[in-house]
Ligand binder design. Sequence first.
Ligand SMILES: [Mn+2]
Length: 352
Amino acid sequence: MKLSFRWYGNDDPVKINYIKQIPTMESIVTAIYDVPVGEVWPMDKINSLKETVGKAGLKFDVIESVPVHEDIKLGNSNRDRYIENYKQNIINLGKAGVKVICYNFMPVFDWTRSQLDKELDDGSTALVFYVDQVDKMDPLDGELSLPGWDSSYTKEDLKDLFEGYEKVGEEGLWSNLEYFLKEIIPVAEANDVKMAIHPDDPPWPIFGLPRIITTEESLDRFLNLVDSKYNGLTFCTGSLGSGSFNDVPKLIDKYAAQEKIHFMHVRNVKLLDDGGFEESAHYSSYGSLDIVEIMKVLHKNNFDGYLRPDHGRMIWGETGRPGYGLYDRALGAMYVVGIWETLEKSYKKRGK
Ligand SMILES: [Mn+2]
């Protein structure tokens, strides 16, 4: 297991030197944020980011994310231009020593929550998904500004996108994903960069937009589209685990044994009776996921990919990017590292 931590670059209120102070921290997970989606990341920008990360004593080997242009997901006639750019990004990042690229194939919105700063009983704040709140939202009414939504879309842009995805539907989205993978995976293989799709968050359709990376069945289907060790997963426990239909440790056991998990996102979620959820502290009993069991199955399968604590709560008065404060993610990191060390030592003791 290689411990990593997401960092949003020099604008991130979390200082990279502080990340280095988290014991056993190895790698930064980051991206170039000032190049429009679909365009090529210039080599000089990649190299300067790499230098910043290296100066902090950390490795620059995981990118999250290289976003996929909507025209690729929609299968529009100009998708090939964007796919060529995507290939160039894989080549450029490979040249800089990047080993894993995380991406997703969610239409329009990366992730959906109803509130980013819900105060929990202990005074910390967390991201939540309340079904009754989400049911009242209409992304096309033009007024709505939602957490996690790209505010650069106009009302008209959104209407076009929604209509486009209605035509494409789930099966169309699958075939557009297959087309994309068949183009990029050979490039990933040639450049020794592992592609790791992030599951849909949450793992069900939102506002009628199709979502396809949601369940065991869909993960199997995805991996079979292109059978290559370079076509793998970012296994996000909180995303897949917010659907009660997903048995998270069982799925990790299965895909880790297949060596298809390149990147782990570890966080806990507390599932609510009506299908909603609250993000919780990492410790198992604060949420619905058994984090010890998750680490055990990773250990059992000799997981040697990257792992990062995923979203944290905001604690100790920290302000900043919701889900991505320093303190609670650092606590989460040390919690999983503690479990891992325990597993390592008991394993050695048994002499296996
Ligand atoms: Mn995640």
